[in-house]
Write a protein that binds this ligand. Structure first.
Ligand code: FAD
Ligand code: UQ1
Length: 441
C-alpha cells in the first residue's frame, strides 16, 4: 500500500492558476479527468457542493461535443436522428466547475499532479478518473479502410464518426449475408452489438428482403448474454426470427475487395473461418485509454484504473477515485451502472472530505435495454453476481413496448436533464417504492 495524502487537508493549496511561460499551473480541490458520462455527472454533483468556491472543481476534457452514446444504436437503425445524440460540451459541463479543454498526458499520483498535452500542470487534493474506453479500430486489419469506404458495406454504431453510415448501408442491403460481430475484449454496452442485429433483421423483414438475407451474429463470448434469465429470452428471439448465433467466433480481419470477413474459432484457437458478407456490422475491440495504460502504478495488468469494486476508491492512492468504463469494477460497462456508481462515489467523497470512513457500497448494478426491434425491448437489470435486479413489477425478460419507449424517449430526457446535472442516482429508489407497493397490493 503506497502511503498517500488523504484528500481532505494535508495538501491545502490555494485555488489558483499561475502562468510559467506559455504553460499554466492550476490547482483545485477536485480534479475530474474526462467530461463524458461519469466525469460530467460527478463534476455536477461536486461543483454544487462547493458552490461558494468557484474553480474548486476542474474538469479536463478535450472534446467539444458530448454524446449520448446509447442513442447510437437507434441512430444506426434509422430510428433516431444523429443530432439528438449530441450537445456542446460547454453546455453540459457544470457552470460552477472550470473546464480545461485539454487532455491529461501523464499522472504523478505521488505528488498529486497531472500534466496535460499543452504542458499545463494541475495540482489536486482529490482526483476522479473518468476517461472511458478507447476504441481499437486498427486492431482489426482492413477495418479502418473499410469503414472509410462508403461502398464497402462495413459499418459500426460504436463511433460518432461511423454511426451515421450504418443506416444507409443497411438500406442498400437486399441480399446475401448480414453479419454482426462482438470482439474478444470488454466492451461498453455489451448488448448493443446484438441490438443492432435485431433492428436490422426487423428492417429487412419489413422491406421484404429477409428471405434473401441470412442474419448471422458472431460473438467472441461463450454465451449470448451474461445473465441467464435474459440469455434464455434472447435465444428465443433468435430462434423465432431465424438469426444464426455462432459463439466463440472472433473477427480477426476484413478483406473489403472480396467482401470477406475472417473469424477465429476460439473453441479451437488458430482455426480460421472465412465468411462472405453483404453487410458487416463491427463492434471494435476496446480497452482502457493509452494514457492510463502508460501508468501501471494506477492500473491492473490490462490497464484499467485499479479501484475497489465496492467503494470505487483507488487500491493504492487514497485520494484517487474512478467511475465508469475505465475502471476495474467487474460490472457491465453501461451508463445505467454509472448512475448507481455516482451515488456511491458522491457519498464516499463527502465522507472522505469529512475524514470519515467510506460508507457507500456499489453493488454492481447495471442495466441494458435490449431493443429487439421498433416497439420491442427487454429491459435487463442485474448486479455483480449476474442476478436480475429488476425495477418494475413485471417480468422484464419479456419484450415490451413501454421499455422501448423508455429507451427511445425517457432515458435521453433523464440523461440530459437530470443525470448530467447530478440529480439521477439510478432506479434504486423506484425499485424500493414499487416493491412496497407490490407487497401492499
Ligand atoms: P465516456 O462517456 O466515454 O467519457 C470519457 C471521456 O473521457 C470522453 O469525453 C473523452 O474525451 C475523455 N478523455 C479520454 N481521454 C482523456 C484524457 N487523456 N484526458 C482527459 N479526458 C479524456 N449504456 C446504457 O446504460 N444503456 C444503453 O442502452 C447503452 N447503449 C450504448 C450503445 C452504444 C453504441 C455505446 C457506444 C454505448 C452504450 N452505452 C449504454 C454505454 C455508455 O454510453 C457508456 O458506458 C458511458 O457513456 C461511459 O461513460 P464514461 O464516463 O465511462 O466514458
Ligand atoms: C439508467 O439509469 C440509464 O441512465 C440514464 C440508462 O442509460 C441510458 C439506461 O439505459 C437505463 C436502463 C437506466 C436504468 C433506469 C431505469 C428507470 C430502469
Amino acid at each position: 500500500m503506497v502511503m498517500m495524502n488523504t484528500c481532505c487537508g494535508i495538501h491545502r493549496v490555494r485555488r489558483m492558476a499561475i502562468f510559467a511561460g506559455r504553460e499554466m499551473h492550476h490547482s483545485c480541490k477536485v480534479l475530474v479527468v474526462g467530461g463524458g458520462t461519469g466525469g460530467c455527472t460527478m463534476a455536477a454533483k461536486l461543483a454544487r457542493k462547493f458552490d461558494k468556491a468557484p474553480n474548486h472543481v476542474i474538469v479536463v476534457e478535450p472534446s467539444e461535443i458530448h454524446y449520448y452514446q446509447p442513442m447510437f444504436t437507434l441512430i444506426g437503425g434509422g430510428l433516431k436522428k444523429f443530432q439528438s445524440s449530441r450537445r456542446f460540451m460547454g453546455d453540459v459541463l457544470p457552470k460552477k466547475a472550470q473546464w480545461l479543454k485539454d487532455s491529461v498526458m501523464s499522472f504523478e499520483p505521488e505528488s498529486n499532479k497531472v500534466t496535460t498535452s499543452n504542458g499545463d500542470t494541475i495540482q489536486y487534493d482529490l482526483m476522479i478518473v473518468a476517461m472511458g474506453l478507447q476504441l481499437y479500430w486498427a486492431k482489426i486489419p482492413g477495418l479502418v479502410d473499410a469503414l472509410r469506404d462508403p461502398d464497402s458495406q462495413v459499418c459500426s454504431i460504436y463511433g460518432p464518426e461511423t454511426v451515421q453510415g450504418v443506416f444507409d448501408k443497411m438500406k442498400k442491403t437486399t441480399r446475401g449475408p448480414g453479419v454482426f460481430t462482438f470482439p474478444h475484449t470488454p466492451v461498453k454496452c455489451p448488448g448493443a452489438p446484438q441490438k443492432i442485429a435485431y433492428i436490422a433483421e426487423d428492417f429487412w423483414t419489413r422491406k421484404n428482403h429477409r428471405k434473401d438475407i441470412e442474419v448471422i451474429y458472431n460473438t467472441s463470448l461463450p454465451v449470448i448474454f451474461g445473465v441467464k434469465k435474459y440469455a434464455d429470452a434472447l435465444w428465443g428471439v433468435c430462434e423465432r426470427r431465424n438469426i444464426r448465433v455462432n459463439l466463440q467466433t472472433s473477427l480477426t480481419e476484413i478483406n473489403r475487395d472480396k467482401k470477406e470477413a475472417v473469424f477465429e474459432n476460439l473453441k479451437n484457437p488458430g482455426e480460421k473461418i472465412t465468411q462472405q458478407y453483404s453487410f458487416l456490422h463491427v463492434c471494435p475491440p476496446m480497452g482502457p485509454p493509452d494514457v492510463l495504460k502508460n501508468h501501471p502504478v494506477l492500473t491492473n495488468e490490462a490497464g484499467f484504473l485499479a479501484v475497489d469494486a465496492k467503494t470505487l476508491r483507488h487500491n493504492r492512492f487514497n485520494n484517487i477515485y474512478g467511475i465508469g468504463d475505465c475502471t476495474t469494477t467487474p460490472n457491465s460497462k453501461t451508463m445505467a451502472a454509472i448512475a448507481s456508481q455516482a451515488k456511491v462515489l458522491h457519498q464516499n467523497i463527502l465522507d472522505d472530505l469529512k475524514g470519515k470512513s467510506l460508507q457507500g457500497v456499489y453493488n454492481g448494478y447495471a442495466s441494458c435495454p435490449l431493443v429487439t426491434g421498433p416497439g420491442k425491448c427487454i429491459l435487463a437489470e442485474f448486479d455483480y453476481n449476474l442476478q436480475p435486479l429488476e425495477t418494475f413489477p413485471v417480468d422484464q425478460k419479456n419484450e415490451m413496448w413501454i421499455m422501448y419507449f423508455m429507451k427511445k424517449e425517457f432515458f435521453p430526457f433523464l440523461y440530459w436533464n437530470f443525470m448530467l446535472k447530478g440529480y439521477w442516482n439510478g432506479p434504486e429508489f423506484i425499485r424500493k417504492l414499487l416493491k412496497v407497493f407490490k407487497k401492499s397490493s
